[in-house]
Design a protein around this ligand. Structure first.
Ligand code: HEC
Length: 126
């Protein structure tokens, strides 16, 4: 009787240990991901083509239609592969750029697309 009870206890402890390591794994992978929701680079590309491409080169190895506008490749370089930095650059004041209202989802998509420009092997790279 006592033996059985402690076996059950052991089993319970094992399960608990397994469960807590699974939770730990979930938490740590969650922490290493971007704190922002990751955007969809394909969507970002479509949006950029519609809204930004009049002035900015949105593909690598092109020059911008508006000479003062940095290429998206440049913006990727300057942001060091960080979507957060790209978003900050987009949100920053640009005296020569019209204020385009960009929704948070579009912003994430754009950032994902621009970051991918600096990561040629990334999936979704056009
Ligand atoms: C009417 C032309 C025009 C359009 C449209 C436009 N831009 Fe710009 N953008 C510029 C110019 C010119 C500059 C550089 C001068 C300045 O800072 O004002 C610039 C600067 C920027 C910068 C700053 C670069 C840096 O190094 O920090 C970012 C980021 C940017 N644009 C993103 C975008 C995105 C994303 C879109 C589309 C949603 C967009 N722009 C649409 C003209 C434009």
């Amino acid at each position: 009787m006592v033996g059985l009870a402690s076996d059950e206890l052991m089993e319970g402890r094992m399960k608990l240990a397994l469960l807590s390591s699974a939770i730990l794994l979930l938490v740590s992978t969650g922490l290493s991901a971007e704190p922002l929701e990751t955007g969809d680079p394909q969507e970002g590309f479509v949006y950029a083509k519609e809204v930004c491409a009049n002035c900015h080169a949105i593909l690598p190895d092109q020059s911008s239609p508006v000479r003062e506008a940095p290429t998206f490749d440049d913006i990727a370089d300057r942001s060091g592969g960080s979507a957060k930095a790209v978003i900050q650059r987009i949100k920053a004041e640009h005296p020569m750029m019209p204020n385009i209202p960009i929704g948070p989802e579009e912003l994430n998509d754009l950032a994902a697309y621009i970051v991918d420009l600096d990561t040629p092997a990334a999936p979704g790279h056009p």
